[in-house]
Design a protein. Structure first.
Length: 279
């Protein structure tokens, strides 16, 4: 695997490649990321991964400085997956001057759910993703469904800007007890790690109730949040949304079997976890 930190060198290395499959990451790679690499391999060749902890998508009180950085272990994992190039730029390489041009997602998608609790987050994400796409020029790029709203926002950006990159969705990778794998799980203390699957269980319970015909979605959301709160969580939201645009379903949508997803974010101790489940 070639480890490249300069944009010029990356472009030289990938010149003429028409089927590049790209997986952008912020490192601290786990089995979920590796499943993205394997899916990328099915959709293109060569596979290019990136590791870049993108300051632009962190709020002033978020965990940019303490975000886990495990470069050497990440390199070994990517080698084993047969990744061809790892693009690992420095901040100075990607942001040599203040990034004044940014991609701002529409408010009705970018400022809801995660965007409401993390102002500016999606502008930071779309800006870096567009920039990484410009560096790598991939034919396909793989994003995990665990970050459901991110996936939708990136997909809409690619469509609206007519980017030549197809966005591929990868299923969420879960531990045996159901917890969605996330780089932030390393922050959990052992007792918190034992409690953490309760978030996925809450989603499953909501999904089961919707499937069995319970139509009062606000009541379901309120009850699910109350159950988690009782167990010591601080939920930001548990919300049933339409898959198509992440807006709340109207009563008629439920009767029409509109495809739904239940999305959640909650704090357990100092760690904020997100998850979702398609209904
Ligand atoms: O999902 C992530 O790890 C990040 O948001 C991404 C897509 C790599 C952009 O920094």
């Amino acid at each position: 695997m070639k480890i490249i930190s300069s944009i010029d060198e990356l472009r030289d290395q990938l010149r003429g490649q028409l089927r590049t499959a790209f997986v952008p990451t912020m490192g601290n790679l786990h089995e979920g990321h590796l499943s993205l690499m394997r899916l990328a391999r099915k959709h293109g060749d060569p596979v290019v991964a990136s590791i870049f902890v993108n300051r632009l998508q962190f709020g002033p009180n978020e965990d940019f400085d303490k975000y886990p950085r495990t470069f050497q272990a990440d390199v070994e994992k990517l080698e084993r997956e047969g990744v061809y190039v790892l693009f690992a730029p420095t901040e100075k390489e990607l942001y040599p001057e203040p990034q004044e041009y940014r991609v701002r997602p529409p408010d009705d998608l970018g400022n809801i759910l995660e965007g409401e609790f993390r102002p500016g987050f999606f502008t930071g994400v779309t800006t870096i993703v567009l920039k990484l796409f410009s560096c790598v020029q991939p034919r396909v790029a793989v994003f995990g469904k665990k970050d459901y709203q991110q996936l939708m926002i990136v997909r809409n950006m690619a469509r609206q800007f007519a980017l030549p990159t197809e966005i591929i969705a990868a299923e969420t990778w879960r531990a045996d007890d159901g917890l969605a794998l996330s780089s932030r799980n390393v922050y959990l203390r052992p007792d918190e790690r034992a409690e953490a699957p309760a978030l996925y269980q809450a989603l499953q319970q909501v999904a089961d109730e919707v499937r069995s015909g319970h139509l009062d979605i606000f009541q379901l959301e309120r009850e699910a949040m109350a159950r988690l709160t009782k167990r010591g969580w601080k939920p930001d939201y548990i919300s049933i949304r339409k898959r198509i645009d992440l807006q709340p379903p109207a009563a008629g949508d439920l009767a029409k079997n509109e495809p739904l997803v239940v999305v959640a974010a909650a704090r357990l101790g100092a760690t904020r976890l997100i998850d979702n489940l398609e209904i």
